[in-house]
Design a protein around this ligand. Structure first.
Ligand code: MLT
Length: 403
């Protein structure tokens, strides 16, 4: 039978034993997490309970093949190998993305039981899902033609759309921890033009270029109005969407971002960075940016986050990064928009943000009628990655309140 699309995980230190390699119990947990993530991205995590059954594990077999360590990215596959009336069997593997090493393989036999603990038929929507309808493949990055370019986008789940707009010089993967938990909504996370797997720009970009791309992307996905969740430069773009595509914006989540434009000093710094990136590529700015993007605590205790950010920066195209710097340098003053925003707004700030100081976020939230400010402890400029659980909970509560 066909397999569903693989799920990716980073190994965290708390997944490991005292020798620093993946603990056997954590491997079982990762396999289970992959199954729920697959459901979350497809029919929903409640696909069993809403059909009145629960999948009880009757048998599990795991073969441990190799060690994995904190920071390793694992690719976990799922394949339905047997489908009976009340039971089904799944084969799963976990392999390291970097070198393809098989870390573990497993087989799980499930029996669906009802509330009285009696075997019950496997729900048809579960069977259909694990039969892998192409439109529901979880975690699959699509490449969509939009306004003469190609944008890479992850689309997960169904429900009210939430558009996640990454900051500079990152990509859609900063939203993965959040997108995995905010189930029950259609989570749309694109790479902006020139970043990640989207095509490099073929001309000058301004904030309106990105805002128009995103409006066209929502149109292409049939997504109507979305809650726009913008991180830093993504927040600048969210303001631009308010200016140009107000009808597409249902509510705003403004994460580690500001309304104030660049002053002369900041503009000069952008010019210097543009010259450097054009000369030496995005790798040349990694060491300057990392200490500003991440809180000291993150740099000391979360090497996998440092590595993910480093990889995202290096992965952008030089011209994409240079164009984004110019777009940010020339961005308009968005303070004039703030008191006219008549949408629900959540402002999220990192207490240790070295780029957008917490006081600036506080002032921005205070200027938007009815906006709520949430301060995330132990987070720098990248709260969604540095404190994913806390940040996702804040966004989840905001989205629940909207619904
Ligand atoms: C970002 O994270 O998008 C940038 O740091 C924003 C900026 O440089 O103004």
């Amino acid at each position: 039978m066909p397999a569903t699309a693989p799920i990716h995980f980073t190994v965290f230190p708390d997944d490991c034993d005292s020798y620093g390699h993946l603990n056997q119990a954590s491997a079982v947990r990762l396999f289970e997490r992959a199954r729920w993530a697959a459901l979350a991205a497809g029919p929903g995590m409640d696909a069993f309970t809403r059909n009145g059954v629960w999948p009880a594990v009757r048998k599990s077999t795991v073969e441990y093949r190799a060690q994995a360590f904190p920071g390793d990215e694992l690719r976990v596959t799922l394949e339905l190998t047997h489908h009976g009336h009340t039971s089904f069997t799944m084969r799963q593997t976990a392999a390291r993305v970097g070198d393809g090493t098989l870390i573990a393989e497993a087989e799980f036999v499930f029996v669906c039981v009802d509330a009285a603990d009696r075997p019950a038929p496997v729900p048809a929507e579960i069977s259909r899902f694990f039969g892998a309808r192409p439109s529901m493949r979880p975690g699959e990055t699509q490449e969509l033609p939009v306004r003469g370019t190609s944008l890479a986008v992850d689309v997960l789940g169904d429900g009210d759309p939430v558009l996640f707009v990454h900051g500079f010089p990152l990509d859609r993967t900063i939203w993965r921890p959040m997108a995995a938990t905010l189930t029950g909504r259609r989570r749309i996370a694109p790479d902006l033009r020139g970043f990640g797997r989207s095509a490099p720009p073929d001309g000058e970009c301004t904030l309106s270029t990105y805002a128009d791309d995103l409006a066209a992307l929502l149109e292409a996905l049939g997504a109507g109005r979305a809650v726009v969740c913008g991180h830093s430069m993504g927040g600048y773009i969210a303001f631009e969407m308010l200016r140009r595509h107000r009808d597409r914006v249902r509510a705003l989540v403004l994460v580690n971002t500001r309304a104030v434009p660049d002053d002369d000093e900041a503009r000069a710094a952008r010019d210097a960075m543009i010259a450097r990136v054009r000369r030496d590529g995005p790798g040349a700015i990694v060491d300057d940016l990392l200490p500003r993007l991440l809180a000291p605590a993150t740099r000391e205790t979360q090497p996998h986050v440092v590595e993910q950010v480093r990889r995202a920066i290096i992965g952008g195209s030089g011209e994409g990064v240079a164009q984004a710097l110019a777009a940010m340098r020339d961005r308009p003053d968005s303070r004039e928009l703030l008191d006219g925003i008549d949408l629900p707004v959540l402002v999220i700030a990192g207490r240790d943000d070295a780029i957008v100081p917490a006081a600036e976020s506080r002032a921005m939230a205070a200027a938007i009628p009815g906006a709520h400010l949430a301060m995330v402890p132990d987070a720098g400029h990248l709260a969604p990655l540095e404190q994913p659980v806390n940040t996702s909970r804040l966004v989840g509560e905001f989205l629940d309140a909207l619904a």
